[in-house]
Design a protein around this ligand. Sequence first.
Ligand code: FUB
Ligand code: ZN
Length: 668
Amino acid sequence: MSYPQETFLHTTLLPGSLVARRRAVVSSSTLSYQLDVLKETGRYDAFKLQWHPTYSHAAETWPVPKHLFWDSDVGKWIEGACYCLVDQPNVDIENAIKELVQMIRSAQQPDGYLNIHYTVVDPEKRFTNLRDMHELYNCGHLIEAALAHNHLYRNDDLLEPMLKYVDLLCRKFGPGADQIHGYPGHPEIEQALLRLHDRTQDPRHLELAQYFITERGNPNGVEGENYYVVEAKRRNEPPAMRPRAYPEPDSLWYCQAHKPIVEQETIEGHSVRAMYLLTAVADLVKSQNSPNHRLKEAAYRLWDNMVDRKMYVTGGIGAIKQWEGFGIDYFLPQGTDDGGCYSETCASIGTMMLAERILQYDLNRKFSDILELCLYNAVLTSMSHDGTKFTYVNQLASSEQDLSKREEWFTCACCPPNVLRLLGSIGGYIYTQARASEPSQAQINVHLFIPSTYQFQVDGQDATLTQKSNWPWEGRVAFELKTKSDQVNLALRVPGWAKSWKMSPPPPTETLQRGYLVLPATWLSSNPSFTLEIALTPRLIAPHPYTNQDTLTLARGPIVYCIEDVDNAWVQDHFKTVQLDPHCKIDEITVTDKDTNDAYVALKVIKGASLMNMDALHASPDARIEELDKATGADAKIIEELIFVPYYFRANRGGRGQMRVGLKRWNK
Ligand code: FUB
Ligand code: ZN
């Protein structure tokens, strides 16, 4: 199995592209900024296992104390740091990693146990609340940190204690009579164990991952009941007592434990948990010699259900704040005023991970189109230009309650270090190498157009594939394959949104196979340099009619656009009354951002939008159709010029935090 967390080492991003610049900011600023925050908030020293004032407030946020994810915050930071250090050495960061690793090692208990909360605050209660307490989730992130650390430093300083902890878990969890028949409330350790198994080849690591995945949701897990139901009884929790995220007791769908994964028909519950679980499912399917078809089908079914009915046009998922996750089919309001929108950053990072895993066994652009959509919109929007401010929730429209703005940090800080590790390893998402039947052959799949060079081996010889472009602003991508072999095939994704494309020289056949243009070795041998030109004309997109939102959104290539008060200063109502003509002319303008010097394409609509005249309507919930027609038609005020900027770009230039992605359709 190849993992983006490792294959990124074969990819060199060429400087200058949007993604390369975002990654450079992460290396030069985000890493040290987040290190300072880890120190200021107590997370950095927490593995010293001293009491911290925050621990005294545990009961206030029952069942999940505020500090419960500190192990994972540190783990994700170490992991991301190890990815960035590969090409940007930084002595201060390296020293911090060394110190953290020593602290983590010294926090390990004699039997291998390693967890801040239970060791300091509640030592008697280890593994008694898998549902809520994130013990195994934290362990998963520390394993991933250890793998990244081991890869960078080629030593076992962090891997050794994690292997010892995993030994303990292998003894504790499983189907045996003396073992715990439970699984993590928040999946993560499953993916970590599968990666660990790939490295160690220890069958126990695979077995434990498999156990956690397949035991989940077993209705007869313990004493004829679901494990979490029995576990809560053992904690003497009254049946009516429930975590705040649960709308009613035993809402086990919140953590995808209401039935076994192979029986789940629809994607439900907490969206990050769902994505991490499915990523592990896809990974397991890939790593099995004879894949479990029911698991494979479940991953496809839940993916389709999510993308077709529960995904925003930005690639965001999760409309419901209470459980940070999915609502009913087509319930996708843009913001708090409209009924809620969550779209957590980690959830879209999880979607990217899932798409990447599936692409390794199913080359189909329906996965890579979403991978790209999430990257350029729901994920990139979560970090400021300077890399020191973040969003957790990524709504598509602001409101007075929830302005479009970023924060320096969060009490529950899962998202900022997740962006760090994702961008640190982003090179690993651009290409995959299909397993060839012969070592003398290779097939390289190109999923993303990010200027870069990919190094690979064919027939024991080094080879490279380079792509150069000004993506996502210009659609011309120049490829160059350098190899001594005549056995290298390429498959290039042609995005589903592309209205037209052409290649020069023309390919032997223009047939797309599931959205990929396959270029055979025979053709490449005489055409190692070629260009693919994809039309990047602005387009209008609309949500599914069942969402009951008659709105239009501007997009260009993979970029989804929004409007902000910075460019449209007259706005008072978060653009609720702006209506956009579906036949409007959209002009492109190349702008250089004065803070970063980054050039980007903004869009301009002249006289193609108007403001509804709300004064013409009675202040009652109903309006007569004639009044409404007047308010939206004859009485509407034409907007001379409306400026749109990329959604990822929002909330970077000051302003009042008013923003909207989807605008009402102006039915003239
Ligand atoms: O529970 C750990 C992380 O915190 C989740 O992934 C986020 O949704 C937030 O709840
Ligand atoms: Zn998050």
